[in-house]
Design a protein around this ligand. Structure first.
Ligand SMILES: [Zn+2]
Ligand SMILES: [Zn+2]
Length: 139
């Protein structure tokens, strides 16, 4: 598959990752709702070493539901978050899929944090596995 590329709304921040996604997910969590301003986010997970960022991101760090820190890298000019690094997923970078240049290959296979999903959201098509929280819950 081609290299994964994308960027923020204004184009100041760009990223590239020469890799395949570890997973592609629809995330219904409250943070994704706040961050995206809509009902859910679509995210891909990629190996962190494969990701390179061009431009000058700002960072926002919060504590995730794992109790560990989550670092968001976003554009100071337009506000788009392009990269999320959860300490709970070491070595993994999360990319909000709406920032991708090309989404034609994208096909989320799981829905996570379904406990927080807005009540009207019913994603059709079938085949997506639904998880109440994170899918790899190890306690
Ligand atoms: Zn921007
Ligand atoms: Zn989320």
């Amino acid at each position: 598959m081609p290299q994964i590329t994308g960027g923020c709304l204004c184009g100041q921040l760009r990223y590239a990752a020469n890799t395949e996604p570890v997973f592609s997910a629809v995330c219904h969590c409250k943070t994704c709702q706040k961050q995206s301003g809509t009902a859910f986010n679509i995210v891909i997970a990629v190996p962190q070493p494969a990701v390179s960022i061009q431009g000058s991101p700002r960072t926002y760090t919060r504590t995730g539901d794992s109790g560990q820190q989550v670092v968001n890298r976003f554009c100071p000019d337009c506000g788009s978050t392009v990269v999320i690094e959860p300490a709970a997923l070491p070595g993994t970078t999360i990319i909000p899929a709406g920032t991708l240049d090309d989404t034609s290959w994208l096909k989320p296979t799981i829905e996570i944090y379904c406990d927080d999903a807005q009540s009207w959201v019913q994603l059709g098509g079938g085949g997506m596995q639904r998880f109440p929280k994170m899918h790899h819950a190890r306690g």
